[in-house]
Design a protein around this ligand. Structure first.
Ligand SMILES: Cc1ncc(COP(=O)(O)O)c(C=O)c1O
Length: 294
C-alpha cells in the first residue's frame, strides 16, 4: 500500500525500471506512470493500437534487459477500456511483462466488481496491477499487486513507502469498502443504473459522450473557452464537474468530465441534465448542429 495511487505507480516503476530496461506506455496512461519512468527508456504507442505496440516490442526485442508494457484498465479521460486480452497475448509473445493500472475499473467492472480484468480471466495472469482507494473505495491510498517476492522488494526499496507517512486509522474504511463490493452488490447495480441514465440523457440532448463504458462520462466540447464557460454555468447552478483541458487532453479536445456514483439520486442526475439542456438552448454553442456543443 502507498499513500496515493500516484505514489503506487511512480514508486513501483522507479524501483523496477532502470536504464537497461524499457517501459512501453499506451498514450492514455496516467501522469504518475510517466513520472515513474524517469530513470528508464520510454516509448509510447497510440491509444489501444496493437500494431504500433507490436512494432515497438519487435524493435526492442534484444535491446533491453526487461520490457514492461503499461496500460490502464479504464482510461481516465475517455472512460473507455483497454484491449487487455489482446495486449496480454502480445506481451507474452514477445517475452515482456504487463502492468495494468485499474484505478477506475475496480468496483465498477467485472462480474463480481473485481475490475476490468475479471471478465477476461486476467486477474491472476497480469504481472502487476496497480490502483487507488480514491475512486470506488472513497478514501486515500494506492496499491500494487505483484508476486510476494517483488512486493517485499518494493516495500524495502521504495522511498515513497519508507520515508513518507503511513496510512491513518481512517483508512480502515478501505477494508470495509472492499468487503462491501462482495457483501452489497446492489451498489454496483445502482451505479450502472445511474451511468446509463445520465449517459442516455446527455446523448438525447445531442451531446457527445465519446466511447465511455465506465462511470467516467466526458461531454466533449472542443474549444477550451467554451468549456470554461460551461463549467462555470454548471457550478453556478450547483453541479460540480471537472473541466479538462490541455495538457490532460489535446488542445482541441476540451471536455467537461463527470463521474457518476452509486449515491447519486435521480434528482441529481435530472438537475445535471436540465442545466445542460438550458445551456444548450440559451447560448450560441449550438450554431452548427442545432443542439451540439462540438
Ligand atoms: C488512471 C489513474 N491512475 C492513478 C491515479 C492516481 O490516483 P490517486 O488519486 O490515488 O493518486 C488516477 C487519479 O486520479 C488515475 O486516474
Amino acid at each position: 500500500m502507498f499513500t496515493t495511487g500516484y505514489a503506487a505507480n511512480s514508486a513501483t516503476l522507479q524501483i523496477l525500471m532502470q536504464k537497461e530496461d524499457i517501459a512501453i506506455l499506451d498514450m492514455g496512461v496516467h501522469a504518475s506512470v510517466h513520472e515513474g519512468c524517469a530513470f528508464t527508456n520510454k516509448k509510447t504507442f497510440p491509444h489501444n493500437n496493437l500494431e504500433a505496440l507490436e512494432h515497438i516490442l519487435k524493435m526492442s526485442e534484444s535491446m533491453y534487459r526487461t520490457k514492461l508494457v503499461i496500460i490502464d484498465g479504464v482510461y481516465s479521460q475517455e472512460g473507455d477500456t483497454s484491449r487487455a486480452k489482446e495486449i496480454y497475448d502480445l506481451v507474452k509473445k514477445y517475452n515482456a511483462y504487463l502492468m495494468i493500472d485499474d484505478a477506475h475499473g475496480v468496483g465498477v467492472l467485472g462480474k463480481t466488481g473485481r475490475g476490468a480484468l475479471e471478465d477476461d480471466g486476467l486477474l491472476d495472469k497480469v504481472d502487476f496491477i496497480t490502483g487507488t482507494s480514491s475512486k470506488t473505495f472513497g478514501n486515500l491510498g494506492g496499491y500494487v499487486i505483484a508476486n510476494k517476492k517483488i512486493a517485499s522488494f518494493l516495500k524495502f526499496q521504495s522511498r515513497q513507502h519508507i520515508f513518507s507517512v503511513t496510512a491513518p486509522p481512517s483508512s480502515a474504511g478501505i477494508v470495509k469498502a472492499i468487503d462491501l463490493v462482495d457483501e452489497e452488490p446492489i451498489w454496483k447495480d445502482k451505479l450502472w443504473e445511474n451511468i446509463n441514465y445520465l449517459k442516455t440523457g446527455l446523448n438525447d440532448l445531442g451531446l457527445d459522450t465519446g466511447i465511455t463504458c465506465s462511470a467516467i462520462i466526458p461531454v466533449k466540447i472542443g474549444d477550451q473557452n467554451k468549456m470554461w464557460d460551461i463549467g462555470r454555468i454548471l457550478i453556478e447552478n450547483g453541479v460540480y464537474t471537472n473541466p479538462i483541458m490541455y495538457p490532460a487532453v489535446a488542445r482541441k479536445d476540451a471536455r467537461i468530465r463527470m463521474t457518476v456514483t452509486a449515491r447519486h439520486e435521480k434528482e441529481h442526475l435530472d438537475k445535471t441534465l436540465n442545466v445542460f439542456d438550458d445551456i444548450n438552448k440559451k447560448n450560441a454553442y449550438c450554431e452548427k448542429n442545432n443542439n451540439n456543443y462540438a
